[in-house]
Every structure is written in structure tokens, then in C-alpha cells.
Design a protein around this ligand. Sequence first.
Ligand code: HEC
Length: 141
Amino acid sequence: MKNKAILVFCSIIIIFILFNSCQTEQDIIYARYYVNGKGFYEQHCQNCHSKDGLGLQALIPPLTDSIFLIKNKNKLACFVKQGMDHAIIINGKLYEGNMPAQTHLANIDIAAVITYVTNSFGNNQGLYDVKSADADLETCD
Ligand code: HEC
């Protein structure tokens, strides 16, 4: 009886380990974008938008506002690459700051940083890959 219980217990553990090690290719790609994006965020964005994405009072808007980020998903790459200097309203607050352009970032780096931002700070939008960034950057003004 005791042996049977041990056997069942071990089987459950083994199934659990197998299940967790079977990451799909998509998960691995996502993880790569996310981790690289975190590095870019710390280097190029965090000074202003802060570590937790909360921004800085009336000066820097937060990146926690998933409604703004969802609505403007196809514009985020252009915001990062070209900078931003038009008035925006987030959580009912007006922001009229100036975000510098990040023209030195390659499209794949922009895709990574957007994947990081849109899946951190309470956002949960999934992978934003370089193909999406290429397509969205074609539409910049
Ligand atoms: C020098 C400070 C500064 C840096 C560095 C900076 N931003 Fe911004 N960002 C701003 C300001 C200010 C605004 C608001 C601009 C406006 O009102 O038009 C903004 C707006 C935004 C927005 C749209 C509004 C929002 O909060 O959702 C996004 C998205 C964004 N930044 C992402 C980034 C990312 C990603 C990086 C790094 C690649 C970055 N920013 C680097 C200052 C900065």
C-alpha cells in the first residue's frame, strides 16, 4: 500500500516535470524578446518611465495604462523610434511632455522593448515580434 502511494507520487512528479519542460517554440521566442526587452528598457527607458513603469507625476506618463497601450498598440513602435511630443491623456491626466526619438534602436530591439512593456506593469498583450514592428514602422508619419 505504501509502495503504491510512493509510485503514484513519483509518477505525478515525473509528469509535472515533463509537462513543464515541454515549452513550445513560441514560448521560447517570447522569452527571448521579453528578456532582451527588459535589458533595453533598463538602458533606454527606465530613467524616465521608472522601474515599475509608473512614470513621474505630471511629467512622464505611466506605462501601466493597458487601455492606452492596447488602443495604440500599432503606434508604439513609431512612438519609440520617432519620439513623441503631442498631448496625450492617460488615466484622465493630460501629458504634454517630450519623449526623445530612439533612432539608434533596430526594429528587433524596438519589438523586444515593446514586448517587455506590453507584458509588464500589469499589461498582458503577448509577443510583439519584429514582423509586427517592421509593418508598424512603415506607417509612421
Ligand atoms: C527622456 C525621458 C523619456 C525616455 C528616455 C523615454 N520616454 Fe517614453 N515618454 C516620455 C514622455 C515625456 C512621454 C509623453 C510624451 C507626450 O506627452 O507626447 C512618453 C510617452 C511614452 C509612451 C506613450 C504613453 C504611455 O505612457 O503609454 C510610451 C509607450 C513610451 N513613452 C515608451 C517608452 C519606451 C519603450 C522607452 C524606451 C525605449 C521610452 N519611452 C523612453 C519620456 C521618455
